[in-house]
Design a protein around this ligand. Structure first.
Ligand code: C2O
Ligand code: CU
Length: 496
């Protein structure tokens, strides 16, 4: 244990040096991190994680913006360049851009289409979407739609990248039910930096059969991407280790306000960070959760707090109808305020939240059981980020899965040393059902059709999943992208 600790100390230093070469750190140097003195945060963010830890930046290296001083924008909605009989066609440039995150400061970002949060792609169940990307960056990039049931050729496999200057067409069948999905870069080794730098956006599947529920829709259906950032006084978005990212952004602006009418809203909350857990609350105002990663829940559930780890989504309805104009409702994470909702006027509200939503389909009896173990190894010269004792190798198939089979996967986080290291589990291609956690009932955040879950140190979760339709190679990995980019990822192949 003590040897492991000493090795870790050396490794953190080396790893940070390597990171420095790649990234604009904007003059950050060592000092101690200001962590919120909150037991819940401490429990969620163990400091044993070498990918999270460094000596930190001086507080004055970071820009601070007064809370609730900028308005939360809505990400632009992508406009199809062609509407074919069988598909909507989009064209999106992957490019460098300068955007205003902090007022009156331009921040260089990597972008889908020019904004910090990419254009929202509005898909419809049963209707194809084709997106043609041109990579105008000077490095490879690619696009994965997180949560989409899609042929392997359009999944954005980490090794299947778009070279600089290259063009790539992804075809998305959208055979699944309505869901809040998102798209992001997945180029191996660079996904964490790329996503942090802005290669992220919403991909929403609307399902006409869900209209009958009468949920808030149209302008009252609002996607909100929550993430963190560290912005230096010169406007640089510094890719430093996660612990130093002091600024919370909603749709790309720091702690913004959002004007709402006194009625029900549907908020599609996405944790768009590369490496963070959020515990969100509205200061006692209830959130009615209606959906999770893969779409609507069987029934709405009143929540006082939402736990969402990197990549997870929660669809909630918040009813501002009982508030008078002038009332402010603040959304908090355990680390501070994320944003606020300002009730500005009254309006008719024909929307509702029915007692029953979309039932989960039955899955057949599982016939295969597998184990997935996260284990970080501190062997010099670099820590190894392992899944089942191995670093990701695209030439290796870790699990061969028969199409049509229902399986149980037991996900275990073995990293209990050094205060513990958090991991998350994300599976491509299919949504799964969480059966239990260490034999006990699943958590509230596990409800519905999931593709990403948080697995705390020393704990396990069992999930059940059925592999349908598509053949080929797909990855599964820790969705803390600082971990997956260093190899905490593996590959399955669906075979006939
Ligand atoms: Cu959100 Cu493999 O990714
Ligand atoms: Cu991890």
């Amino acid at each position: 244990m003590r040897r492991k600790l000493r090795a870790l100390g050396r490794l953190i230093g080396e790893q940070m040096l390597n990171r420095r070469n790649m990234l604009a750190l904007g003059g950050l140097t060592g000092a101690s991190i200001l962590l919120p003195p909150d037991a819940a945060v401490a429990a969620l963010a163990p400091d044993g994680d070498p990918a999270r830890r460094r000596r930190g930046s001086r507080p004055d290296d970071r820009v601070h913006v007064p809370p609730f001083s900028v308005e939360m924008p809505l990400p632009p909605v992508a406009r199809p360049v062609a509407v074919r009989r069988d598909a909507d066609v989009y064209r999106i440039r992957i490019r460098n851009a300068r955007v205003e995150v902090v007022p009156r400061l331009l921040t260089p970002v990597m972008s889908f289409g020019g904004g910090f949060v990419g254009p929202t792609i509005m898909a419809r169940t049963g209707r194809k979407v084709i997106v043609k990307y041109r990579n105008e960056l000077d490095e490879p990039a690619n696009v994965h739609v997180h949560g989409l049931h899609v042929p392997a050729s359009s999944d954005g496999h980490p090794m299947d990248v778009i070279q600089p200057g290259g063009v790539r067409e992804y075809v998305y069948p959208n055979g699944q039910q309505g869901a809040t999905l998102w798209y992001h870069d997945h180029s191996h080794h660079t996904e964490a930096q790329h996503v942090y730098a802005g290669l992220h956006g919403f991909y929403l599947i609307h399902d006409p059969s869900e209209r009958r529920y009468g949920l808030p829709s149209g302008r009252y259906d609002v996607p909100i991407m929550i993430r963190d950032a560290l912005i230096t006084p010169t406007g640089k978005l510094a890719y430093d280790v996660p612990d130093t990212r002091n600024m919370l952004l909603a749709n790309g602006r720091p702690q913004p306000y959002f004007r709402v009418a006194a009625r029900k809203y549907r908020f599609r909350l996405l944790n768009g960070t590369t490496h963070r857990l959020f515990r969100l609350n509205l200061g006692g105002v209830p959130m009615i959760q209606i959906g999770s990663d893969g779409g609507l829940l069987p029934a709405p559930q009143e929540m006082r707090e939402l736990l969402i780890s990197s990549g997870e989504r929660a669809d909630v309805v918040v009813d501002f109808g009982r508030f008078r104009p002038g009332r402010r409702v603040v959304m908090y994470d355990t680390s501070g305020a994320v944003m606020c909702f300002d009730v500005v006027h009254r309006v008719e509200d024909p929307s509702r939240v029915p007692d029953e939503l979309r039932p989960l389909p039955d899955l057949p009896e599982p016939t295969v059981t597998r184990d997935v173990v996260f284990d970080l190894q501190l062997t010099p010269p670099q820590p190894k980020y392992l899944m089942n004792d191995q670093v990701f190798d695209h030439d290796r198939v870790d699990f061969r899965v028969r199409r049509g089979t229902t399986e149980i996967w037991r996900i275990h986080n073995a990293d209990v040393e050094l205060g513990g290291i958090n991991h998350t589990f994300h599976l491509h291609l299919e949504q799964f059902r969480v059966l239990d956690r260490d034999g006990a009932a699943p958590w509230p955040s596990d409800r519905g059709r999931k593709d990403t879950i948080y697995v705390p140190p020393g704990q396990s979760a069992r999930v059940k999943v059925r592999f349908t339709e598509y053949l080929g190679k797909y990855v599964y990995h820790c969705h803390f992208l600082d971990h997956s980019s260093l190899g905490m990822m593996a590959q399955l192949e669906v075979v006939p």
